[in-house]
Each structure stands twice: as structure tokens, then as C-alpha cells.
Design a protein around this ligand. Structure first.
Ligand code: CO
Length: 153
């Protein structure tokens, strides 16, 4: 029997960082990342965001694009990431993000089995719709569900 939900590709891991410039320097200079995107602000989420690419097996579009690390730093004291940094001053893993083919179907699935969804479905940092599921319903992990972006098909 086909399961009601199928685990999709891990799109990214979200890491909260207290200092974006220091985090970028770490991934470039210590970890040898060759692609780190320019940071940009997402004021509605209260965060500055950038992506560190890890290699995949299909950068030519025929395989799987590499998973990313999403670096998140708070824009102000009100952002949820600011609360995370207050508890974890060095930063750390904030969330995990899995792709789904259809965001509405996925939302209806999690909702239907009683998982608490945090807020409305909205456009995420990749420009595709996302929502978050409460860590208390997800084995302690804040889980982002994202409709698969075009460039990773
Ligand atoms: Co994310």
C-alpha cells in the first residue's frame, strides 16, 4: 500500500548563527565551501538569510542537486531566531527542510494527522511555498515543508 506521505529530498538544514559574516567566513575558509549566496533580509521572518551549497550528483540538472545549509541570523530581538540564539549563544541547528511535490496536499496531510502547523503557508527563502510543523510533534525537530523549487527538479 502506498503511504499517505512520502519523504522527499532534504532541501536544507537551517542553522541559526549569531554573526552572519563570521559564519560565512567559516564555511568559505574553514569548510571550503565554493558557493555561498549573498545574504538577504527577510523582514517578515525577522531574519537575514544566505545559503551554503554542498555538492550534489546532478548540478547539470539530471540528478539531485546538493543539499544546502541555510544560515539564519536575527534582524532584531523579536525574531524566533533571536530567541534560539539567546538559548544557544554559539548558534546551532534550528530546523530541517524536506521537499514535497504539492504544498497544499502536504499541509492537509500533516493537519489531518493532528500535527501542529505554525502559521500560514507562505513564500520561503527559495521563492516557493513553505510551512513549518511544530518540533513537539516532530521528534523535537522544527520541520519546514517546502514545495520543490524548479531549479532542483
Ligand atoms: Co529553511
Amino acid at each position: 500500500m502506498k503511504p499517505a506521505f512520502t519523504l522527499g529530498r532534504m532541501n536544507h538544514l537551517g542553522y541559526a548563527v549569531p554573526d552572519m559574516d563570521a559564519a560565512i567566513a567559516h564555511y568559505r575558509d574553514v569548510m571550503g565551501a565554493s558557493v555561498v549566496t549573498e545574504p538577504f533580509d527577510m523582514p517578515e521572518q525577522g531574519v537575514k538569510v544566505c545559503f551554503v551549497h554542498t555538492p550534489g550528483n546532478g548540478e547539470d540538472g539530471n540528478g539531485t542537486a546538493g543539499t544546502q545549509v541555510e544560515l539564519l541570523s536575527p534582524l532584531d530581538g523579536n525574531s524566533p531566531v533571536a530567541g534560539f540564539i539567546a538559548k544557544n549563544p554559539l548558534g546551532g541547528q534550528h530546523h530541517v527542510c524536506f521537499e514535497v511535490p504539492d504544498i497544499e496536499e502536504a499541509r492537509a496531510y500533516f493537519d489531518g494527522i493532528g500535527k501542529r502547523i505554525l502559521g500560514p503557508t507562505r513564500i520561503g527563502a527559495h521563492g516557493t511555498p513553505i510551512f513549518f510543523v511544530h518540533p513537539k510533534d516532530m521528534m523535537g525537530m522544527l520541520t519546514e515543508i517546502m514545495e520543490t523549487p524548479e531549479e532542483t527538479h
